[in-house]
Design a binder for this molecule. Structure first.
Ligand code: ADE
Length: 416
């Protein structure tokens, strides 16, 4: 075998290149013994700066081989040649979380719960990732329910922190300040709170589609962190629900000792989710079947008004037609049907409605309604919750509805 020119190493066939990371190149490949697709990571020995680092990598690989968790990329095999170290990894065909930026709070929480599950296992093995970012959080496949898998952990730990930041390819935008600059860590070793910072950056980006802060180089980044992050102005009420703002504001704290701990983070309401009214609303809506023409008309009316406020109204109008369809013998329902159908036809071509879902549209509106905090005038805040309540009131009574009503009513009552 001649490395570099050949397409096979050990009993693995190397296929196309999947990506290039800080510590090596990843290829798709096949285990020739069983035909299974694998990801093959090739780490050039020259990237490992000392024998000590090499030994540490081997120790880490030993731990990785014994990790077996659905939220961690599995290491199937490893070996070395004169030039390279090879890791034979579970292949994830769904790409990475970079493609999910801007997916909103609801979906972000789903991802976060899985990331946290994976991190818990790493932590119980004394592994701190230190370089957690969307690009090394993979998806098992491209289905909506794909598993999230942490990749590339362990390797970053072999490089000392300062050189990790300095030799970084690009700017380490997700890296905790204490990893970039020892000034923040008071000479202590990093703790799991370094990964928590990265979780904050990833959450921000998944929710909004934009970065919490931008910088072109390390010096600028350190300046931006000091100026922007300390002010917390970037956590705007327009972009985040109150519970999410609280979550992020406890993460974006420069000094690791003052940052939320991993245990606290797991228990935070944003993650442990006493089910939020918004999420309940979504599941209610999915199950909703009107049993009378009054109910159908009332719901259709609420949806008709919501449709005017969302980016993809087509599905709202269409859903209304479906709600009203069984009651077309009633002249009011027939008129409402006609109106909704006409609106649906008008908006159909203007939107990429096929890529969305009615549920998401409802969710978007519900998020808007329930999203408010102390900076909003109390009467506006109350009005928002009232509108949310009106929406819920249009649904048939069930345990779900009652709980939801109770939750929103509580919020209204808490506003004097
Ligand atoms: N890129 C990096 N690691 C990968 C993996 N395990 N599967 C697919 N693509 C990857």
């Amino acid at each position: 075998m001649v490395e570099g020119s050949c397409k096979q190493v050990s009993h693995y066939k190397i296929e196309e290149k999947l990506g290039e990371g800080q510590f090596g190149t990843v290829f798709a490949g096949k285990d020739l013994r069983n035909g299974e697709t694998r990801a093959i990571k090739m780490i050039n020995n020259s990237k490992l700066q000392s024998n000590q680092q090499k030994q540490a990598l081997h120790r880490e690989i030993q731990i990785m081989r014994n990790l077996n968790h659905k939220n961690i990329v599995k290491l199937f095999d490893d070996f070395e040649t004169i030039k390279n170290q090879y890791l034979i990894l579970e292949y994830c065909s769904g790409g990475d979380l970079s493609s999910k930026k801007g997916c909103g709070e609801h979906q972000t929480v789903k991802y976060l719960r899985q990331i946290i599950s994976g991190l818990k296992v790493l932590q119980s093995n004394q592994i701190i990732h230190r370089d957690l970012k969307p690009a090394n959080i993979l998806l098992s496949d491209s289905s909506p329910g794909a598993d999230v898998k942490l990749a590339d952990f362990g390797l970053s730990r072999q490089i000392n922190a300062e050189s990790l930041a300095k030799t970084y390819v690009g700017t380490p935008l997700y890296m905790a300040p204490e990893v970039m600059n020892v000034r923040y860590n008071k000479g202590e070793r990093y703790t799991d709170r370094a990964d928590i910072w990265s979780i904050g950056c990833i959450s921000y980006e998944l929710i909004t589609g934009t970065r919490p802060y931008k910088a072109d180089n390390l010096n600028e980044l350190l300046y931006v962190l000091k100026e922007t992050i300390s002010s917390k102005n970037f956590l705007t009420p327009e972009n985040f629900s109150p519970v999410c703002r609280d979550f992020l504001s406890k993460i974006f704290i420069l000094e690791p000792q003052n940052r939320i701990s991993f245990e606290e983070l797991c228990e935070h309401r944003f993650i442990s989710g006493e089910v939020s009214p918004i999420i309940e609303l979504e599941s209610l809506y999915q199950k909703f079947e009107p049993s009378s023409k009054e109910e159908a008309l009332e719901t259709a009316d609420v949806l008709y008004h919501l449709a005017k406020e969302v980016p993809h109204p087509f599905l709202f109008y269409l859903k209304n037609c479906m709600l009203l369809e069984s009651f077309l013998d009633d002249s009011q329902c027939a008129r409402a049907f006609k109106l909704n159908f006409a609106e649906a036809k008008k908006t159909k071509n203007k939107t990429d409605w096929e890529s969305t879902s009615t549920t998401r549209e409802i969710l978007e509106k519900a998020v808007q309604l329930c999203r408010s905090d102390a900076h909003v005038a109390p009467h506006l805040l109350k009005e928002n919750y009232r509108q949310a309540l009106a929406l819920v009131n249009s649904l048939p009574v069930s345990n779900h509805v009652l709980r939801l009503k109770e939750a929103i009513s509580k919020q209204i009552a808490s506003i004097m």
